[in-house]
Design a protein around this ligand. Structure first.
Ligand code: UDP
Length: 389
């Protein structure tokens, strides 16, 4: 099967890592078209997935943009759609992985008469999107032959916003299990570099996500002040979409709370499994519903206890008290309680971790995910061939 994958982002976020895993089995026949150069196309080249940068300037529409911003981009949109329509004639289907890719892919699919698949990685709700953008997403996605939602929460929000239920299939992100199983030595090697004064009693909490207000790094920083002095946090990730004001606020908050010696920023890293294995707890702290939450599953696969904000996809990943902990989004005091519980009850945490790891290996195995997606895509491709006969 020949697939033209489309993704708007030059940056390597969760949706892009997921797409790279899905595109891998199709690498000899397919192409990933991205709208801008950056770490994502670089990553695809490293893993031998064919990639083409389709535009020299990104489309400037944000999730909360209105009509005017959209219209201002028409001069960039039209050539991009024309290019994708022409390109897609060499492929069996167009697979849009992000919203701007959906806009371009949907218009191109009308011109080239290729079926459209949309991978929904977002919660299409007022927390994340303007009313106009919600309308655009659902209207265009309702033209797709198939919508793959990354969680039940994403599916429900899509339907609530006007998306048609019958075209949506939930497929959780898959993970290559071997990537997460070889981290036994990481703790010894990495830990000394992460802590200013490493002691055997230091309790290391890791937060792994891009620095952005809704990812809630400030909640973890606030929680630290309610925890013992030996609880230290590392923030792993960068401000991918220019959230420099928020980064400033985080530094200010750390200074105000006198926590400089207890918080370390590590920037964007590509050794996530090793870093997670080095932490005593992974904290997911989003203050708006998380569509899926790759970092939660990654922590489970690494055998590290995980606490997550109880909203969106996180609720489908963690069974509270059994495979991890859930706390109310934005509640720093509750988060601190869980950190102290995890710190104080090592044997309970260990039992939880083992259960979580086994379940995660069963539920989020990349081979199973890719098989399911291949079957769904083959069904669409077959339907399209039958329709042409
Ligand atoms: N990640 C990474 N390096 C970093 C921080 C995060 O590779 O420095 C990865 C992380 O391991 C996860 C993804 O980025 O696989 C983030 O996905 P998630 O679903 O948690 O959030 P998203 O970015 O999609 O909102």
């Amino acid at each position: 099967m020949k697939i033209l994958f489309l993704d708007q982002s030059g940056k390597l976020g969760g949706a892009e890592l997921c797409l790279a895993d899905i595109a891998q089995p199709f690498q000899s026949t397919s192409l990933v078209g991205v709208f801008t150069e950056g770490t994502f196309p670089e990553y695809l080249r490293q893993v031998d997935i064919p990639v083409k940068v389709l535009a020299d300037q990104p489309l400037q529409v944000q999730k909360d943009s209105g009509l005017l911003a959209g219209l201002n981009n028409l001069n960039r949109l039209i050539p991009l759609v024309t290019q994708v329509a022409k390109l897609s004639r060499h492929y069996d289907l167009i697979y849009a992985n992000t919203q701007k890719a959906l806009v371009v892919g949907a218009l191109a699919s009308i011109l080239s008469r290729r079926p459209l698949v949309y991978h929904l990685h977002d919660i299409v709700s007022p927390d994340h999107f303007s009313p106009l953008n919600r309308r655009i997403i659902t209207t265009l996605a309702n033209r797709a032959a198939l919508v793959i939602a990354n969680s039940q929460a994403s599916r429900d929000a899509f339907i609530q916003a006007g998306g048609q239920a019958e075209r949506v299939h939930v497929v959780y992100n898959g993970f290559s299990l071997k990537t997460y199983s070889n981290c036994a030595d990481a703790r010894e090697q990495l830990r000394p570099g992460l802590l200013a004064e490493p002691t055997s009693s230091t309790f290391l909490v890791g937060q792994f996500s891009r620095l952005s207000p809704w990812k809630g790094q400030h909640v973890l920083i606030e929680a630290l002040q309610y925890c013992p002095e030996n609880v230290i946090a590392v923030l792993v990730g960068d401000a991918l979409f220019g959230e420099q004001d928020y980064v400033q606020q985080l530094h200010q908050q750390i200074q105000t709370l006198n926590l400089e010696h207890r918080v370390k920023f590590l920037g964007f890293r590509s050794d996530i499994p090793q870093l997670m294995a080095t932490c005593d707890l992974v904290a997911h702290t989003s203050i708006a519903p998380e569509p899926f939450g790759r970092v939660i599953v990654e922590a489970m696969l690494c055998g590290t206890p995980v606490v997550a904000a109880a909203a969106g996809g996180a609720m489908e990943l963690i069974d509270h008290g059994q495979t991890g902990w859930l706390t109310p989004p934005g509640d720093a005091k509750k988060l601190a309680e869980i950190i102290k519980t995890c710190q104080g009850e090592a044997s309970q945490s260990q039992r939880m971790v083992q259960k979580a790891q086994t379940l995660a290996q069963e539920r989020f195995n990349l081979d199973a995910t890719n098989l399911k997606i291949a079957q769904l895509l083959q069904g669409i491709a077959n339907r399209s061939v039958t329709a042409k006969i």
